[in-house]
Design a binder for this molecule. Sequence first.
Ligand SMILES: C[S@@+](CC[C@H](N)C(=O)[O-])C[C@H]1O[C@@H](n2cnc3c(N)ncnc32)[C@H](O)[C@@H]1O
Length: 97
Amino acid sequence: MDALDANDNMLALAKEKNVYGRLIQDFLGTNRLDVEDGGFVVISMREVNLRKVPEYRNLEPRMAALQSEGCWEQVSRDMFPDYCEGEEGIMFVYRVC
Ligand SMILES: C[S@@+](CC[C@H](N)C(=O)[O-])C[C@H]1O[C@@H](n2cnc3c(N)ncnc32)[C@H](O)[C@@H]1O
């Protein structure tokens, strides 16, 4: 399992956990990520942010568009309690095509 974040400081924290293989400093955007076909992309966040943060409101439509374009397919979309500061979390898993 690899870790990807735009922020070097967050990758340094991820490294301390000793559970990640590659630490990839990249920006999740329109660029193609350094993830092999068949690899999985896991995204977790506070569920409320999908509605509260203006930049995130288009996230699910954009992820669905990437699926329509054949870039990846959704494996799961799960919510779970007490992710961060008592708020629910949501985790998306996609398989890269
Ligand atoms: C709340 S922190 C979560 C950090 C960690 N992944 C975790 O779950 O504990 C959100 C992280 O998302 C990263 N981030 C936000 N937008 C990003 C993007 N477009 N591409 C890559 N990383 C991004 C930020 O740098 C920040 O480290």
